[in-house]
Design a binder for this molecule. Structure first.
Ligand code: 5AD
Length: 359
């Protein structure tokens, strides 16, 4: 009897999310507590249907260029944190980055994601020059940056140089949880301010967080969902936390496949047009992780375009995959597995769908 009314409640909240793209705290709690396989399947079916209505049977690809693993921050979860003296550090030169873009362009990529640690070698001057060069050579491509927290002036300069999009996961919208994951000098408020600045400068902006990171509670996830509703980001990156053996979180539990899929579906229902990657971390914890992510509502994959010899050094977590379908050379294999699900890899920039599509 109790179970039955639980199911009724669950459906009521699920339907409301689909109709209104808004829930209060208590309703989020209903959806997030007592996750079952059956509920996950229902959410995934709803999320997939909605994604297909907006984007059709198209999955977007982004070429990821991990151009530096130097980082001045010391996030407790991250393998390239400053204190990890055993990380083998590298940075790509401008010419190497351009060469990655050329390879990627030839393979069909029309979005390049330049991701790196917060590396002071890459000053605004060096970064803007880099962006200008890419913009000049690849006019039909989107340039996405993911280089952390910067001043408004810096973000503005990158935008003027030709950057279109920016990824900056908020990591958690819960103050207490943020403190468990980061040293004192890093502030949730700063990160949120950066995201707002990015939006106001006209970047298509990506937020996001890890699932199952140490100390993450249902209440913290509710904060994440409510924060995403308020921010209305164009992109949301969600992947499982995976411990790295040279970090303080080496002994912590890895985030689960089930929770990640569940949250991907919920984010799709909350933000119907969102660009939602099936992340490398998801592909790392499960052989079919990315495919399962797509079936849960994701519509982006980000194969690695970094030169093969540095891929093994951009290790945010243990066992990160980097040579199979997640590598740019594995594109045909990726295409085959996406096709097997009934989807196609899109060859355009894959901008966020305009508001009118659902009307
Ligand atoms: N496990 C999973 N994801 C991680 N990230 C950093 N460290 C880990 C880890 N140990 C994620 C963070 C960051 C993104 C680039 O990678 O969310 O924003």
């Amino acid at each position: 009897m109790r179970q039955e009314s639980g199911e009724k409640d669950f459906r009521r909240c699920g339907e409301k999310l689909i109709q209104r793209q808004h829930l209060n705290r208590e309703e989020w709690r209903v959806l997030l507590q007592g996750q079952t396989q059956e509920r996950q399947e229902w959410l995934a079916a709803q999320a997939s249907k909605l994604r297909d209505q907006i984007y059709g049977k198209r999955i977007f690809i982004r070429g990821l260029i991990e151009f530096t693993n130097y980082c001045k921050n010391d996030c407790f979860y991250c393998g390239i944190r400053r204190s990890n003296s055993r990380a083998r550090r590298y940075r790509l030169s401008q010419e190497e980055i351009l060469s990655c873009c050329r390879t990627g362009y030839g393979l069909g990529f029309r979005t390049f994601v330049l991701q790196g640690g917060e590396d002071s070698y890459y000053t605004d001057e060096r970064l803007t020059e880099m962006i200008r060069k890419i913009r000049q050579e690849f006019q039909d491509c989107a340039i996405t940056l993911s280089v952390g927290e910067k001043s408004r002036e810096s973000y503005e300069a990158y935008r003027k140089a030709g950057a279109d999009r920016y990824l900056l996961r908020h990591e958690t919208a819960n103050e207490e949880h943020y403190r468990l994951l980061h040293p004192e000098n890093q502030r949730l408020g700063d990160r949120i301010q950066c995201l707002k600045t990015l939006k106001s400068l006209g970047y298509q902006t990506g937020a996001g967080f890890m699932t199952g990171s140490p100390g993450q509670t249902i209440e913290a996830i509710i904060d994440d969902m409510m924060f995403l509703e308020e921010l209305q980001p164009e992109m949301v990156g969600i992947g499982p936390f995976i411990p790295h053996h040279q970090t303080p979180f080496r002994g912590e539990k890895q985030g689960s496949l089930e929770l990640t899929l569940y949250l991907l579906s919920l984010v799709r229902l909350l933000l119907p047009r969102v660009l939602l990657p099936a992340t490398t971390a998801l592909g790392t914890i499960d052989e079919k992780g990315r495919e399962k992510g797509i079936l849960a509502g994701a519509n982006v994959v980000m194969p690695n375009l970094s030169p093969a010899d540095v891929r093994g050094k951009y290790l945010l977590y243990d066992n990160k995959i980097c040579t199979g379908k997640e590598a740019a050379e594995g594109l045909e294999a990726l295409r085959a597995s996406v096709n097997a699900l009934g989807y196609e890899l899109a060859v355009d920039r894959g901008d966020i769908a305009p508001e009118t599509v659902l009307a």
